[in-house]
Design a protein around this ligand. Structure first.
Ligand code: TRP
Length: 464
């Protein structure tokens, strides 16, 4: 029966290895390291990838992505904002074969307004959805945020969640392929069964290390990971898949549909738990594939993370063009030099320059960006000019968002949050595989059937 969990995934007891100057990254606490003088350092993303044994996204992977999808990798992939993954290559295998998978991401609604950093994973997920043409579920962890913030009630976080959902919708998701849910509203039925079934597989010892729980942690917090984890299973949402029949349990077939989860790297510990245990569910699922982003730098620079509780650390999606301009001019950490003469002599330092970094998130033209970088480094481009370019790009991104946001009425919100059959097509030109498995036929039906949902090779690997 219950075999000991495989050890491929790196766990867990990071706390033991930490020294006072090391960076801390976990789902509830993200802090950059400090040097001996107490200066904040940049996050070391290669170190976290090594420590957690994730794979760095490399050229070869991106080239394959481009070959299969016919789409140029997003600039956030090309420039390493999304820098790491687990099994993204297997998702590409699925895509190549025309077999279904789905996307899952989420947001912890701890405040009313999204800042720029919050929208990045959603804007990226929207792009993935467009490229792959697959279903997407977006989880609002209103349960989590009230459990983890002493000052917030479940009513507060539920309300924030609905408000945040409108902002999330304004990132441009296609309603036909997207289901957004609040944990407090939706976790019931098949989903809840999965939560309990999964919780039963997790000894407290395994979870404690990954999340830093101890004997004084409230038990809601201890239970919550099972909720965020269970959302990775396609069987939590039988209504979303074609030909749903409430009387027929299709869990066995649906369980084989894998998920790809775009997230900031701090969420990885949850999904390591799923990857270690998904094959132990009654209807085994493949390990979820993950794609990890860095944190969006705070205006103050190195080691900072944009934070909703510090208005000067972030550009908010409700900011006016003028506010954006003032924040960048006043608060964006500059890699330029003190005086004009010095700047021309020594040149600027793009690596620490926040305006340059923001520019690199939004300027799509690689050649143009390289030219800006080179002339800044040489000292022929001044900080003021650089900031001006960054301001213009940010104003544009925020303006487009605000225009879409105006169209998101209560009615529209309800549309996205109603569980219903999602409509998508997947790869239009799959490489045909010879054999289709039995389960495949069971859920296949009309033209939108769940194609090839069983992947025998994958299953074997999961269970080995
Ligand atoms: N816990 C996440 C947060 O606090 C929200 C979340 C839930 C999430 N499921 C996710 C984020 C999956 C990324 C991927 O923001």
């Amino acid at each position: 029966m219950a075999a000991p969990p495989p050890t491929e995934e790196l766990p867990v007891r990071e706390a033991e290895k930490k020294s006072s100057t090391e960076q801390e990254i976990n789902p509830w606490d993200v802090q950059a390291g400090q040097d001996e003088q107490g200066n904040t350092l940049q996050f070391d993303y290669v170190a976290i990838s090594q420590k957690w044994a994730t794979k760095l996204i490399d050229e070869v992977l991106l080239q394959r992505f481009e070959r299969l999808t016919g789409k140029k990798p997003h600039r956030w992939l090309r420039r390493g904002l999304f820098f790491s993954h687990r099994d993204f290559d297997k998702i590409l295998d699925r895509y190549e074969a025309g077999e279904p998978f789905f996307l899952y991401t989420g947001r912890g609604p701890s405040s009313d307004a999204l800042h720029l950093g919050h929208t990045i994973p959603f804007t990226f997920t929207k792009w993935l959805q467009d490229v792959f043409d697959v279903p997407l579920v977006i989880m609002l962890t209103d349960d989590e945020k009230a459990l983890f913030r002493d000052g917030l009630t479940f009513e507060d976080t539920h309300k924030f969640g609905l408000h945040n959902a409108k902002d999330i919708i304004a990132c441009g998701f296609d309603m036909k392929k997207t289901f957004i849910f609040s944990d407090l509203e939706f976790v019931s039925g098949h989903f809840l069964y999965n939560v309990w079934e999964f919780s039963k597989l997790l000894p407290f010892n395994q979870v404690r290390g990954a999340f830093g729980f101890d004997g004084s942690t409230n038990i809601g917090r201890i239970m919550f990971p099972a909720v965020q984890c269970a959302a990775s299973f396609a069987t939590s949402y039988p209504q979303l898949w074609p030909n749903y029949d409430p009387k027929a349990d299709r869990s066995k077939a649906i369980a084989k549909i894998p998920v790809l989860i775009p997230m900031a790297i701090d969420q990885d510990p949850y999904f390591r738990l799923v990857r270690d245990n998904s094959h132990r569910m009654r209807f085994p699922s493949p390990k979820p594939a993950l794609i990890h982003s860095k944190f969006l730098t705070a205006l103050q620079g190195a080691g900072g993370k944009m934070s909703a509780s510090d208005p000067n650390s972030a550009i908010f999606m409700t900011d006016t063009p003028n506010q954006i301009k003032n924040k960048i001019n006043k608060h964006a950490f500059s890699g330029g030099r003190e005086t004009l003469e010095e700047h021309q002599r020594l040149g600027g330092i793009p690596e620490v320059d926040v305006a340059f970094q923001y520019l690199s998130y939004f300027e799509d033209d690689d050649a143009k960006l390289l030219e800006i970088e080179t002339s800044y480094r040489k000292g022929t481009l001044m900080t003021g000019e650089l900031k001006k370019m960054a301001i213009a790009m940010l104003q544009e991104y925020v303006k487009e968002f605000q225009e879409r946001r105006k169209g998101v009425t209560d009615e529209v919100l309800k549309g996205y949050m109603t569980p219903r059959e999602l409509v998508w097509k997947g790869n239009p030109n799959p490489v045909k595989k010879e054999k289709k498995s039995k389960e495949t036929k069971e859920v296949k039906g009309g033209e939108k059937g769940v194609k090839g949902d069983a992947n025998p090779t994958e299953e074997k690997k999961v269970e080995s």
